[in-house]
Ligand binder design. Structure first.
Ligand code: 13P
Ligand code: SF4
Length: 336
């Protein structure tokens, strides 16, 4: 792949004066200091670890022990020695942690934190698909339920989908679910033909090429950081074929390595928080303030505190489903 960044260092674009949290108009709870102190005390008492996705609210990212992408969170969940895992993310992520840690208590502070992409595919749907394509290898994005993983041969995240598909034996049909935009990216990068499920994330699908172009016009020196789940990616790549796409963690590496001083962040807005934290000397511009995952934002300091007090709500996976779902996750973690 060719690098898309300009060779010369761009003129510095000043950071917006308004903190990202205010830009998003996320409310600040009046008793935040007390909540932080409670969480600090409880996490020690419970021997708990708090792991948070890059799309979480700024104040949740601040108190987390680890913040990362889906792949990084799976890795953290696989290696933690804490008794309790508080998952600041969405349901399928907590399920993945429970599959990897059946003996630990996995808490998801708000069980309504689902995922529109995971909702596009069911285990029965995958069984029917396999029946129509005998001998096919099922590759599913980690954004799926445990039942769907149990029907899969390999899991992938946006951080390793290309590597996993590259590792598959030649000449075998590949059934890829559920994100059709990530699938298009994998096909482009690997040249491998795949059957693709027709799913998408409502947040990334709604980001339009016009949103990207509008920000490019406003910040002409800024480099694009585009997530492969984005609906705009195919049209933008049509215009700039050498452009790379990045998982959320890949965006951090790129922002650090690039000579550019400013970046248009084409994914869910929470990513701006993480980038500003890890790359403090550069400027990050959200592609659109409406690219906000309401599921991710359901996790708050308040419900994290309550989850640590009550050791509820828990996420568990039945043993038979867990045994089947573990295999594709372990294969993914072994590959990349
Ligand atoms: P990554 O963090 O793996 O890039 O995934 C993005 C996402 O949409 C998670 O829900
Ligand atoms: Fe699911 Fe999209 Fe939210 Fe990620 S951003 S959790 S894919 S709905």
């Amino acid at each position: 792949m060719t690098d898309s960044a300009p060779e010369a260092v761009n003129p510095v674009v000043p950071r917006p004066q308004t903190p990202h949290r205010d830009l998003l108009q996320l409310e600040v709870l009046p008793d935040e200091a007390q909540l932080r102190a409670d969480i600090e005390r409880l996490r020690k008492e419970r021997n708990a670890v708090i792991i948070a996705h890059n799309y979480q609210r700024p104040e949740v990212q601040e108190i987390a022990d680890f913040v990362g992408d889906s792949l990084g969170l799976s890795r953290q969940a696989a290696k933690t020695d804490a008794d309790v895992i508080v998952f600041a993310g969405v349901h399928f992520m907590a399920e993945t942690a429970a599959i990897l840690n059946p003996e630990k208590t996995v808490l998801l502070p708000d069980l309504r934190a689902g995922c529109s992409l995971a909702d596009t595919v069911t285990a029965q749907g995958i069984r029917d698909w396999k029946a129509q394509n005998p001998g096919g290898l099922v590759v599913t994005y980690v954004n799926t339920t445990a039942d769907v993983k149990a029907e899969s041969d390999y899991c992938v995240t946006s951080g390793n989908a290309v590597q996993v598909v590259q590792s598959l034996p030649e000449g075998v049909p590949v059934l890829f679910a559920p994100d059709r935009f990530l699938a298009a990216h994998v096909i482009r990068e690997t040249g491998r033909a795949m059957d693709v499920w027709d799913g998408a994330c409502h947040v990334h699908e709604a980001i339009r090429p016009e949103d990207v172009q509008g920000q490019q016009a406003a910040y002409p020196d800024a480099e694009l950081l585009i997530h492969p789940e984005c609906g705009c990616s195919s049209r933008i790549l049509g215009a700039i074929p050498e452009l790379q796409l990045y998982s959320t963690e890949g965006m951090i590496h790129r922002a650090k390595a690039s000579p550019a001083q400013a970046f248009i962040v084409v994914t869910e807005t929470g990513m701006v928080t993480r980038l500003e934290h890890d790359v403090p000397d550069k400027t990050f511009i959200p592609v659109s303030r409406t690219a906000c995952c309401e599921y991710m934002k359901m996790i708050t300091l308040e419900n994290i505190r309550d989850a640590l007090v009550n050791l509820e709500p828990r996420v568990t996976v039945p043993a038979d489903i867990r045994a089947l779902a573990l295999k594709p996750i372990e294969r993914m973690l072994a590959i990349g």
